[in-house]
Write a protein that binds this ligand. Structure first.
Ligand code: FO1
Length: 328
């Protein structure tokens, strides 16, 4: 079994490649960040979960990186006409998932159950677990006051300087059923190329997750979300990079692959650097990590199969001594 932790478009594209590379051989479990979830218009919105569900079912809008391809926004336009707050755009077809999810949650179903139902109905072929059934949200501090992560990312377009980041509710949140087991029993755990502070830190910060990672005997590998000097071609890519850089800086870290490796070093054995950052090999190796250099730029889910194959090689590779920092 392979378990992948993360959220967002980069991780989702890699997970499509892993599904293809591991086809019929290994069940896959995705443990998805829910700390950027938000309630708006009385609806529970789970951007990272939905990006994955839509990506794996082949309906995601790949240019935007979120929502459904070909969707329209007539309901939002009407909401605006009526004086509603419509800075966060839910497409007309996308609304169906939100109505169903919110209705089921209000009936008392857990987010884990609702997500399983949606994944089955959309035919994603991967077990999708929200990281927790409890509510957690990422809050950024800015000079003009605190903002929910979605207010910062979508409404303010990452313009305000970020002085601090916290995950409200994380201390008391429990991992969703199946999360710790999926980490403990997997042949390989992958930390996806996701925003390290917004998407990976909340999962690692859940009670028991670090302990489950430390207790593993099989490999844990992280794929860099940072690639130096990439030409920005996609809508949203610049903003995702800006958010990653700002949140890393708020934690005192550089927007650099080796800084991300340093952030994860106590829970991983191996780190995948992009070919563009081969010069950071020594810095990452000095952290006690096995370094893999690969083409990690995944603009198209199909292109992620090569990277997925490199990750799968870690399962059959002879065990090297575990990262000494990971012990205890
Ligand atoms: N991102 C935007 O930049 N603008 C939007 O209006 C927007 C709507 C939206 C609706 C549903 C959904 O699941 C995601 C949506 N996103 C939107 C993407 C999203 O919130 C961010 O890309 C991530 O949270 C950042 O990781």
């Amino acid at each position: 079994m392979i378990t992948m932790l993360g959220g967002g478009i980069g991780a989702s594209r890699l997970w499509t490649g892993l599904r293809e590379a591991a086809v019929d051989r290994m069940p896959l479990t995705a443990v998805v960040n829910t700390a950027d979830d938000v309630w708006l218009h009385g609806l529970r919105i789970c951007p990272d979960v939905d990006t994955l569900l839509y990506g794996l079912s082949g309906v995601r809008d790949e240019d935007r990186g979120w929502g459904i391809a070909g969707d329209t926004f007539r309901c939002m336009a009407q909401l605006r006409r009526l004086g509603g707050d419509a800075w966060f755009s839910l497409g007309d077809i996308d609304l169906a998932v939100h109505l169903l999810r919110t209705g089921r949650l209000l009936e008392g179903a857990t987010l884990t159950t609702v997500t399983r139902e949606l994944a089955e109905r959309l035919g994603v072929g991967v077990r999708v677990l929200p990281m927790t059934d409890d509510e957690v949200h990422t809050r950024v501090s800015t000079p003009s006051g605190p903002l929910h992560y979605q207010e910062y990312f979508v409404r303010e377009e990452c313009r305000p300087p970020v002085t601090a980041v916290e995950h409200v509710g994380l201390v008391s949140a429990r991992p969703a059923p199946g999360v710790l087991e999926a980490i403990s029993t997997a042949d390989l755990v992958v930390l996806g190329p996701s925003n390290p502070v917004a998407s990976i830190s909340p999962i690692l910060g859940l009670r028991g997750v670090r302990e489950a990672l430390h207790a593993r005997t099989g490999p844990v590998v992280a794929v860099t979300p940072v690639i130096s000097n990439i030409p920005i071609t996609e809508d949203g890519e610049q903003r995702r990079a800006a958010s990653r850089a700002a949140l890393l800086a708020a934690r005192g870290l550089a927007h650099r692959a080796s800084a991300v490796a340093g952030l994860y070093r106590d829970v991983i054995d191996a780190f995948v650097l992009d070919v563009a950052d081969g010069d950071q090999h020594g810095e990452v190796a000095a952290l006690g990590l096995h370094v893999i250099i690969a083409d990690t730029l995944i603009r198209d889910p199909e292109r992620s199969v090569g990277l997925a194959d490199r990750l799968l090689e870690l399962i059959s590779a002879p065990r090297r001594p575990l990262n000494p920092l990971a012990e205890g």
